[in-house]
Design a protein around this ligand. Sequence first.
Ligand code: SF4
Length: 285
Amino acid sequence: MMFDYSISKPVNDTALRVVSFGAGVQSTVMLLMACRREIGPMPDVAIFADTQWEPKQIYKHLEWVKAEVARLTNGQVPVLTVSAGDIRADHLAGLNTTKQHFTSMPLYTEGGKGMGRRQCTKEYKIDPITKEIRRLLGVEKGKRVPKNMIVEQWLGISSDELQRLKNSRIKWIVHRWPLIEALMSRADCRAWFERKYPGIELVKSACIGCPFKDYKMWQALKLILEEWNDACDFDEAIRLNGSKLSKMNSQQYVHRSGTPLRTAYLGDTSTSDFFQEECEGMCGL
Ligand code: SF4
């Protein structure tokens, strides 16, 4: 069956046009294309949800994008950063964003036989962005968004990732996928960026210790000693802390083999579907 590309289009009379900005390949290209008026209409704002555990390179890239967007739009499109907290610290404390005793990262069990449920995307990415949108609309906490207010939310999903397209679960938010409309794949995005910004590197955005990393991403992380040690220390600490909480928590691992990251075999060439897609503002949802 042919894919119906017309499912993504601009919303008429939208109250706000928002880019969900993940600072990775696709959302960076989508945002910059809009600022260069190659796709549109021009968004009102871009929002980056910070888990406070991204690699240094992503924070550097974020600052570069903020400056470039300001330059291209004369400061008309702010790139805002929001955060629901520090995902690393919360996990080590065994807490979620609302400080309940519940951890939201999808960690592996001993031997990689199972994986926990992923709640971190919702808690650390989707919810803080939605909260910021409500703030920008001027809708107070607990109040309903008026019926006539519809928000158009842009997601950086490319034409090779059709399986990731999902409608918004929130009535007053309509998802839009401008890269799908432009028939651009991830490779097209990279090519566009290389043409416009030769010499500047685009990196994948993800928490340093994200369990969805595949062998290539762990190998790349190992080259940045400080961040590799950070991920290994976290991996060891969850078992140490977990043993104080429950037997189940004491057997969790960030590596898919369900063994300690520091000594895990990183030559396994199996890839993660998630990171073929990457954590683009909404962790691949
Ligand atoms: S990058 Fe991974 S750990 Fe971080 S919020 Fe997304 S899914 Fe969760």
